[in-house]
Ligand binder design. Structure first.
Ligand code: MG
Length: 160
């Protein structure tokens, strides 16, 4: 592979009652959670897709299909760990990543450092290479109405 490779990830999950909310590998107290086959951690899914995209290795739907019972209820940190291993076998690692959560609520500020540490651990990177930020959509659209959360991620890979 070339010295640097860049990839983009995007994901959306529906917000429902009766599910825990996991974002960036951290459980956040909130009356609703994200619906999905795994823990539906929208931030980690966007990151996995960005990393796989940068490596030219498709997307998480291809590697961890929601028809596969092995991934039912699984922590998305496990998926991230798997992606990191796949990259390692291709001779690349995550250099840095920038993640944006799109959600009207809750405020994630108090949890960001914990997310960065956890993501960094599972990516074998240092926390200062993982940036996490959030935005609302000013009450507009599916995220603004609190029906869903979305996330964007961009990842740079470098040679090991
Ligand atoms: Mg997803």
């Amino acid at each position: 592979m070339t010295q640097f490779r860049i990839g983009l990830g995007y994901d959306v999950h529906r917000l429902v009652k009766g599910r825990p909310l996991f974002l960036g590998g951290v459980e956040i107290p909130y009356p609703k959670g994200l619906l999905g086959h795994s823990d539906a951690d929208v931030l980690l899914h966007a990151l996995c897709d960005a990393m796989l995209g940068a490596a030219g290795m498709g997307d998480i739907g291809r590697h961890f299909p929601d028809t596969d019972s092995r991934f039912k209820g699984v922590s998305s940190l496990t998926l991230l760990e798997n992606v990191t291993q796949m990259l390692e076998s291709e001779g690349v690692r995550l250099c840095n990543a920038d993640l944006t959560l799109v959600a009207e609520e809750p405020k994630i500020g108090p949890y960001v450092d914990g997310m960065r540490k956890r993501i960094a651990f599972f990516c074998k990177a240092s926390p200062d290479k993982i940036n996490i930020k959030a935005t609302t959509t000013e009450g507009l659209g599916i995220t603004g109405r609190g029906e869903a959360m979305a996330a964007y991620a961009i990842a740079m890979l470098c040679k090991i």
